[in-house]
Design a protein around this ligand. Structure first.
Ligand code: AOF
Ligand code: ZN
Length: 397
């Protein structure tokens, strides 16, 4: 995927609405969009509603699954009767004008006779960016974009989609659990988990919303994780997240849970171009996909992590959940590749010889500076390091 660098094209030039009702309903379409969270990827989540100027909502819709109708069509097709001439269509993303898997939303909007459209954020997809609003305006429809704070919320909601289009890499959320002295392991074989049951349930929600979940080979060798979505969300996820192992020397054991379950949920191992070839065939026979990063001979060529992220973006992974130990976390930090950091901190203290982050590491200080949310026996600290609206080329202007 070639990131596009134009300044958000046409949509950014449109005036913003200053009506309170518009702001309120733009926030509601952002809420509606969440209904597609586990089905729409790699498409963005999008919500739409049609309302009259007194705030009566006539129809709603959301984009439920890749290949299914876009939010605007679901909304307009669900309306009984005609669109009143004073009604406004609210959409959380600018209406598209291109033929993708589905026909252009602009056609549906014009055919239904909508006279006013207000949207929360622009669409960075170069197939359509800016063209939908321009087409609607050319058809005599009033088109406005939302206030900038609403736009920021909408951009963050689809951070991965914007990241892939604007930077050619997924939006990376790093999550880890640590004790109050920054250790990632308890050192106590009787008490394996650093995090409590409630934060582990939250992690399944994070996985369910991600196109891929990644860990390093160190974590595989130490913990033999499954990295699947379990619990009540498992049935709601349209495509199980790709399980990615960052494994430079291709050491993933055939006996690991990941390799043994590769036919149930996909596993992709990323290694360097010159990792030992013998093991590759056996892994492939077990159903594991092996990806070799291109040789980085050129000065400035992307490192294996950056190359792996670009490959994942090309494969339609918008959001990557990184469940790494301290070494890989440091490597992502060094590459400025962490966009959102989530630390689950429990009140315990583990021996200093356990792996972990120093509490004066900038990642720990950034996260711990954020207010704690209770997660059962843990505290959850969330730091947005790279908000979607600060991604260069973002339409937030
Ligand atoms: C909208 N409303 O609900 C969505 C939009 O292959 P398709 O036809 O599904 O097109 C996918 C692209 O359309 C996607 O990359 C994004 O640019 C836009 N998504 N647009 O007007 C929607 N889901
Ligand atoms: Zn559309």
């Amino acid at each position: 995927m070639t990131p596009h660098t134009d300044d958000c094209m046409g949509a950014a030039a449109l005036p913003r609405t200053d009506r309170g009702l518009d702001r309120f309903l733009l926030d509601r379409v952002i809420d509606l969009a969440e209904l597609g969270r586990f089905g729409a990827r790699p498409n963005p989540v999008v919500g739409a509603l049609l309302a009259t100027p007194d705030g009566t909502v006539l129809a709603t819709g959301h984009h439920a699954a890749i290949g299914s109708a876009h939010a605007e069509r679901v909304c307009l097709d669900g309306l009984t009767g005609d669109v009143p001439p004073d009604a406004t269509l609210y959409v959380s993303l600018e209406p598209c004008s291109h033929h993708g898997r589905t026909p252009p939303c602009t056609d549906a909007i014009i055919e239904h006779g909508v006279r006013r459209v207000v949207f929360s954020s622009g669409d960075p997809n170069p197939d359509t960016a800016g063209r939908g609003p321009a087409r609607l305006a050319a058809a005599g429809i009033e088109v406005l974009r939302g206030p900038s704070d609403v736009e920021r919320r909408a951009l963050q909601q689809n951070a991965g989609f914007h990241s892939v289009h604007l930077r050619g890499r997924p939006y990376v959320t790093a999550k880890w659990a640590m004790t109050s002295n920054g250790r990632f392991a308890t050192g106590d074989p009787e008490q394996r988990w650093v995090s409590g049951a409630m934060s582990r349930a939250l992690v399944h929600g994070l996985r369910a919303g991600s196109g891929a979940v990644a860990c390093g080979i160190g974590t595989v060798l130490a913990d033999d994780p499954q990295m699947t979505v379990r619990g009540e969300l498992a049935d709601r996820v349209a495509n199980a997240p790709l399980r990615v192992v960052l494994d430079r020397a291709l050491r993933l054991p055939l006996s690991s849970t990941l390799a043994r379950t590769a036919r149930e949920a996909p596993v992709l191992v990323c290694c360097t171009h010159d990792a030992a070839p013998e093991h590759e065939l056996a892994l492939r026979e077990a159903g594991v996909e092996v990806w070799r990063a291109p040789a980085a001979h050129e000065p400035g060529a992307p490192c294996m992590l950056a190359a792996s992220l670009a490959m994942l973006a090309d494969r339609g992974v918008n959001d990557l959940l990184l469940e790494a130990g301290p070494t890989l976390l440091q490597a992502f930090w060094d590459g400025d590749l962490i966009d959102l950091a989530i630390a689950f901190v429990n009140g315990g203290v583990a021996p200093d010889d356990q792996p972990g982050l120093s509490l004066d590491h900038p990642l720990a200080t950034r996260v711990l500076a954020e207010p704690a949310q209770p997660s059962g026996s843990d505290e959850r600290h969330v730091a947005v390091l790279h908000p979607a609206w600060e991604i260069p080329g973002s339409c937030a202007g």
